[in-house]
Design a protein around this ligand. Structure first.
Ligand code: PLP
Length: 408
């Protein structure tokens, strides 16, 4: 009889968003006539794609319908028009030496974050932040690197607590970590690592011969000058880090799909028989299992780098970040202790009076008709917190803030 990957049975049910939806449905069924329920739980954009992006898509669609310009399979790694624009605008313009052939275009960050595990041996020790974007954990469970679930933790993972006491910046572990996942600006805490905090990790990875998987899906939301946009702004990172990025939250591509991963040529792993280049492995992996992001999506991504596209993207991000600033101000006034929301579209709130994350969720749903995300769903150190996103429409956020003010 065939056998399935035994590690899948170690996965914990992805209970968080299903449970939120169940509680909201139950509430709606018992309160059919109340005011609109407002979700501040969504991690998805609400503004439309911008005119330069949709214009580029229309044009690319017409090209695909014309015998002279139809495109078939995309070159491995993505069209050079896009990899060159990414290297120039996102790296070289910031004096970071990343070449177009070190950029691999994909259908988004989640795929790359999940797929990178194909390159990594099952006996690596993996370090993740707590609380964490769950994809880093679950993809390592599937790859056999997480070990047994003990009811709260996976035995073989190294958890790096991110708490108010350490400013939500993970501290270096006392035991050796082979692979380290870092996400800055962070989902869910909404905080971001400074140069010196990130440098500590690059120095650690260099001395321990570890690999950093750096997720900067939210880098476009950075407002402060002392927050690096890319890990390659730190000296020596090219030898130890992969960077994963996405057009999803930068330019509203969640439903269109395009992202990219940078794997520098300098990144090697010591192996029997001599050093192995991760760039070659990733290239081999992608050309074997992936046939590229669609031409239309890649043309759309290119449009975000035109002068008009850049301005439109900035305007959308400004909209969400103005939401975040207003939320932070009003929630602080209402008496919440708030973190994040200054360089990220997420706010991380301590629950009042020591309530659990789920009790606070229930209270906000029942008394304010506002949906948030319980922090405990992101890991044990998320207990006692809730996450709010700034992606909702401004008017709805204003209504939600007013309801919360009246409650407190
Ligand atoms: N990384 C982080 C930290 C995220 O929060 C998300 C999506 O919410 C992703 C990656 C996935 O992005 P994409 O839409 O490109 O798959």
């Amino acid at each position: 009889m065939f056998k399935v990957n035994p590690y899948f049975s170690q996965l914990q049910p992805s209970y968080l968003f299903a449970e939120i939806a169940r509680r909201v449905r139950q509430y709606e069924a018992t309160h059919p006539d109340g005011a609109e329920i407002i979700s501040l739980g969504i991690g998805d954009v609400t503004l439309t794609l911008t005119p330069s992006v949709t214009g580029a898509m229309h044009q690319a669609t017409d090209e695909m319908g014309c015998a002279d310009s139809v495109r078939g399979y995309c070159p491995d790694g993505g069209y050079t028009f896009l990899t060159e624009a990414i290297a120039a605008h996102d790296y070289q313009s910031r004096n970071i030496s990343i070449h177009a052939d070190e950029v691999f275009v994909s259908d988004g960050a989640k795929s790359d974050l999940g797929n990178i595990g194909d390159l990594l041996s099952a006996d690596n020790r993996v370090a993740v932040c707590d609380p964490v974007y769950p994809v880093y954990i679950d993809s390592n469970v599937m790859g056999g690197r997480a070990g047994r679930w003990d009811g709260t933790h996976y035995a073989n993972l190294i958890y790096l607590p991110c708490t108010p006491e350490n400013g939500f910046a993970p501290q270096l572990p006392t035991e050796h970590a082979d692979i380290i996942y870092l996400c800055s600006p962070n989902n869910p805490t909404g905080t971001a690592l400074t140069y010196s905090q990130l440098k500590q990790w690059v120095d650690y990875a260099r001395s321990e011969e570890s690999l950093i998987i750096f997720d900067s899906a939210y880098m476009a939301y950075i407002r402060q000058d002392d927050i690096p946009h890319s890990i390659y702004e730190i000296e020596g990172a090219r030898e130890v880090a992969i960077e994963v990025r996405s057009f999803s939250k930068t330019a509203g591509f969640t439903g269109l799909r395009c992202g990219y991963t940078v794997v520098p040529r300098a990144l090697t792993c010591r192996a029997e028989g001599g050093p192995v280049s991760l760039h070659s492995l990733w290239s081999r992996r992608q050309s074997t299992k992936f046939n590229g992001a669609g031409y239309i999506a890649q043309r759309a991504a290119l449009a975000t780098y035109t002068p008009q596209g850049i301005q439109e993207t900035l305007d959308s991000i400004d909209y969400y970040m103005s939401n975040a600033a207003m939320m932070r101000r009003r929630l602080c006034e209402a008496g919440f202790t708030c973190y994040g929301g200054e360089n990220a579209p997420y706010l991380w709130l301590r629950t009042p009076d020591g309530q659990s994350s789920w009790s606070c969720f229930d209270r906000l749903l029942n008394e304010c008709r506002v949906v948030v995300t319980p922090g405990s769903g992101f890991g044990p150190n998320g207990e006692g917190f809730i996450r709010l996103t700034a992606f909702q429409k401004r008017e709805k956020i204003q209504t939600a803030m007013e309801r919360i003010r009246q409650l407190m």
